[in-house]
Design a protein around this ligand. Structure first.
Ligand code: PNS
Length: 186
């Protein structure tokens, strides 16, 4: 039987409950759903692509028909590569529509056989975006209930000054030990 494969492309920096809601919905209507993280030229991401991949894999591991991958280049080319016939995108509010329509029509121009399917996340997530989650967390607000617990912990780890200090201390210690080795050699 012909399997209907869809890709769900995005930045997922970080994955939110809105993304997870859409993945759940997508997993119900497609035979296979590939969550595709753009290895994008974003200058200063909060999470590296491999961190996002690890989080999404942990969060979607219970779906037998969902897998997570990364891609670069055109979304349509990636869709062809994995044999997908659909691109899944979420639309939250009217404000998303213009950008999403533009993208869907450009993708259609590039690959007419590829269909974009829009789904709406639960309305409780209709104001949610990765950008806002990053901003709220960076300014000290709570992101509880907006992202899965695992993501919340990882965001805290990234932003907590003590954590940063610990990281700094480790790199300082490494550099000090390098310097002392060099001193001993000379
Ligand atoms: O979650 P995002 O950041 O809104 O996702 C945007 C994404 C990754 C779907 C879009 O930027 C994209 O498709 N980029 C890949 C390059 C591409 O195909 N560009 C032309 C799209 S019309």
């Amino acid at each position: 039987m012909h399997k209907v494969i869809a890709i769900y492309p995005g930045s997922f920096d970080p994955p939110t409950n809105g993304h997870l809601d859409l993945i759940e919905r997508g997993s119900k209507i497609f035979d296979e759903l590939v969550v595709a993280i753009l290895r994008n030229p974003e200058k200063d991401p909060l999470f590296s692509v491999s961190e996002r991949l690890a989080m999404l894999e942990a969060l979607t591991g219970h779906y037998s028909n969902v897998r997570v991958d990364t891609f670069d280049g055109l979304t349509v080319d990636y869709a062809v590569k994995v044999g997908a016939s659909s691109v899944l995108r979420g639309i939250r509010a009217l404000s998303d529509y213009e950008y999403e329509l533009q993208m869907a029509l450009m993708n259609r121009k590039l690959r007419p056989e590829l269909e974009t399917v829009f789904m709406m996340p639960a309305e409780k997530y209709s104001y949610l975006s990765s950008r806002l989650v990053r901003e709220v967390a960076q300014l000290g607000g709570s992101i509880k209930g907006l992202v899965p617990e695992l993501v919340e912990q990882n965001v805290k780890g990234k932003l907590d000054p003590a954590y940063k200090l610990a990281e700094f201390a480790v790199s300082e210690a490494k550099s000090e030990s390098r310097k002392s080795k060099a001193r001993k050699k000379s």
